[in-house]
Design a protein around this ligand. Structure first.
Ligand SMILES: Cc1ncc(COP(=O)(O)O)c(C=O)c1O
Length: 368
């Protein structure tokens, strides 16, 4: 079986975890501080705050900005549910704006229409590892005095016009879930240049404590452990190599897919570094699920990211939160992610391409 994702853990991560375990300091401690410092440096921001997950990073980012009940946050309906759920956690309302059908990211041209006097922020997602179109999004933010919160959960090391994802908005959030481009097991990170926001997020992640046992605001326990940070520090060192391999794998797949019919390879914007968290194709003619089953039956793992819009989830329907995003709905019925991770061998890639050629013949009657 060729899996859709595979965390790459070497002896170095294992050795570093063992050192932490033997140190006696296994909760949040010096390794977390070091990981925050190195991650901030990598992204090119002043501050990074580690958390238990990408979801809790988003939760704290929204809280730190002071967004609250009654406020609205504009976001994409074509993402993992955590993006919009984080807006619900704080009692605010996600307002869904449609995506660009080529990049699958928030369509900047459609944002203005969604702004009301309750809108406080725009939360773009850098989906699949390709940055959202940040220049127009930032311009809309500035013109309307809205915060930009980047959901960079899938975009470690991605760049837009030479600048790192995670350094564009007032605040940004990353995930280190095992399928992500780098992992800590579970984990997340907030990045920002704003000292006050970083300080508030630090307090919120630890029961609102500035000093120990001095609780000034209501917070949580969203602290990362030194065990997780030890893994993260090694993964961060390896990240550029992982990314290079993802990009090379994507290039190989695209070169071959573009010569076979029925399947559309991913579009990459100009002046963007797409880090291919996912390599997501479009399958035409309503055949996506058949292709998925066919590949799965022959040992190639695939994924559908995502099979429905967030607003069509029962949770959102029950809450009366609606959306009208035809491009996102169409994408949800056509997208299919193929393996692109750095654990793939040359043989794996050749096998995927072979099977896609069979797919083309079987489902689209196209010879090469
Ligand atoms: C776009 C996006 N946002 C948020 C999250 C939440 O991250 P986590 O699973 O670490 O809570 C994820 C990943 O799962 C994601 O892909």
């Amino acid at each position: 079986m060729i899996p859709i994702a595979q965390p790459l853990i070497s002896d170095e991560e294992i050795d570093e975890v063992v050192k932490v375990l033997k140190s006696g300091f296994i909760a949040q401690g010096p390794k977390v501080a070091e990981f925050e410092e190195k991650f901030a440096e990598y992204i090119g921001v002043d501050y990074a705050v580690a958390t238990t997950s990408g979801t809790t990073a988003l939760h704290l980012a929204l809280m730190a900005l002071g967004i609250e009940k009654g406020d609205e946050v504009i976001t994409t309906p074509f993402s993992f549910a955590a993006t919009a759920n984080s807006i619900l956690f704080i009692g605010a309302k996600p307002v869904f704006v449609d995506i660009d059908p080529e990049t699958y990211n928030l369509d900047p041209d459609k944002i203005n229409n969604a702004i009301t006097d309750k809108t406080k922020a725009i939360m773009p997602v850098h989906l699949y590892g390709q940055p959202a179109d940040m220049d127009p999004i930032r311009k809309i933010g500035e013109e309307n005095e809205l915060w930009i919160i980047e959901d960079a959960a899938q975009a470690h090391g991605a760049q837009y016009h030479g600048q790192m994802a995670g350094s564009f908005g007032e605040i940004a959030c990353f995930s280190f879930y095992p399928t992500k481009n780098m992992t800590t097991g579970e984990g997340g990170m907030i990045t920002t240049d704003n000292e006050e926001l970083a300080e508030t997020a630090r307090m919120l992640r630890s029961h609102g404590e500035g000093e120990r046992y001095n609780h000034t605001i209501l917070g949580y326990n969203f602290r990362m452990t030194d065990i997780a940070a030890a893994i993260g520090l090694v993964q961060l060192k390896r990240l550029d190599k992982f990314t290079k391999s993802r990009i090379e794998n994507a290039e190989y797949l695209t070169t071959h897919i573009d010569t076979i019919g029925g399947i559309k390879s991913p579009f990459v914007m100009d002046q963007v570094k797409h880090v291919f968290h996912q390599y997501t194709v479009r399958v035409e003619n309503g055949k996506r699920d058949d292709v998925k089953d066919f590949l799965g039956g022959l040992g190639v793992g695939t994924g559908v990211h995502y099979p429905r819009t967030i607003y069509s989830q029962k949770l959102y329907q029950d809450m009366g939160i609606v959306g009208n995003c035809p491009q996102a709905e169409k994408a949800a019925s056509e997208v299919l992610s193929l393996p692109v991770h750095p654990g793939l061998s040359v043989e794996d890639l050749a096998e995927i391409v072979n099977l896609l050629e069979e797919v083309s013949e079987k489902f689209f009657n196209k010879e090469n």
